[in-house]
Design a protein around this ligand. Structure first.
Ligand SMILES: *[C@@H]1O[C@H](CO)[C@@H](O)[C@H](O)[C@H]1NC(C)=O
Ligand SMILES: *[C@@H]1O[C@H](CO)[C@@H](O)[C@H](O)[C@H]1NC(C)=O
Length: 180
């Protein structure tokens, strides 16, 4: 009996050691413009396509009206080593955040995830404050054909927000996740 328990414990430990953990953390500084104070995703693997449940608390320390912000995304996939995923409209790209938000939502309005929680989505309307969503169900769409090779595997990504005017980083999110 004791032997069996030892056996199970041993393999349980191996599974714990070898399963790739979900990590989502703020990798920025204390005085950042945007801070991720808390973020939780369920399940702990990201299904593409599929549904996840997300909770998050984000602090914006200054009104974003007139802000010049770039989001620098770098994504790596784990094979035996970490392989950078290059930028080709998806992947490791830099985005002019306020411009992208304007293009996407200025006419159509904010997506329900934000609108339903009273969270603005255009830089000109985002005021300093704390914003949160709690247990929101999010539908992740399929990746278009060309990128489907990206699919399943263990990834890590850094999302760095850079203030072009001040020429410094003002926010950072680090993610390690298995896509299933
Ligand atoms: C995601 O949820 C919707 C309903 O909210 C459901 O119709 C759909 O099948 C779900 N997708 C997956 C992949 O489970
Ligand atoms: C966010 O909430 C914290 C704690 O409640 C508070 O100290 C801080 O001033 C708030 N930040 C803003 C920008 O309102």
């Amino acid at each position: 009996m004791f032997g069996i328990i030892c056996f199970i414990t041993f393999f349980g430990l191996i599974l714990v050691v070898f399963s790739d953990p979900l990590i989502i953390t703020d990798c920025g500084n204390e005085d950042d413009l945007i801070k991720i104070k808390n973020i939780r995703m369920m399940p702990d693997e990201l299904p593409i396509p599929g549904n996840i449940t997300l909770s998050a608390e984000i602090e914006v320390n200054k009104d974003l009206a007139g802000a010049q912000l770039d989001l620098e995304v770098s994504i790596q996939k784990h094979f035996i080593f970490w392989l950078p995923i290059p930028c080709s409209s998806l992947g490791s790209c830099a985005y002019d955040v306020c411009q992208v938000l304007d293009n996407k939502f200025c006419v159509t309005g904010c997506p329900p995830l934000l609108a339903n929680n009273g969270i603005p989505c255009l830089c000109d309307t985002i005021k300093a404050g704390n914003y949160s969503i709690s247990n929101q169900r999010i539908n992740i769409p399929a990746i278009p054909g060309y990128f489907s090779w990206l699919a399943t595997g263990y990834y890590r990504a850094d999302l760095k927000l850079r203030d072009r005017t001040a020429n410094k980083y003002v926010g950072c999110l680090h993610i390690e996740v298995t896509i299933v």
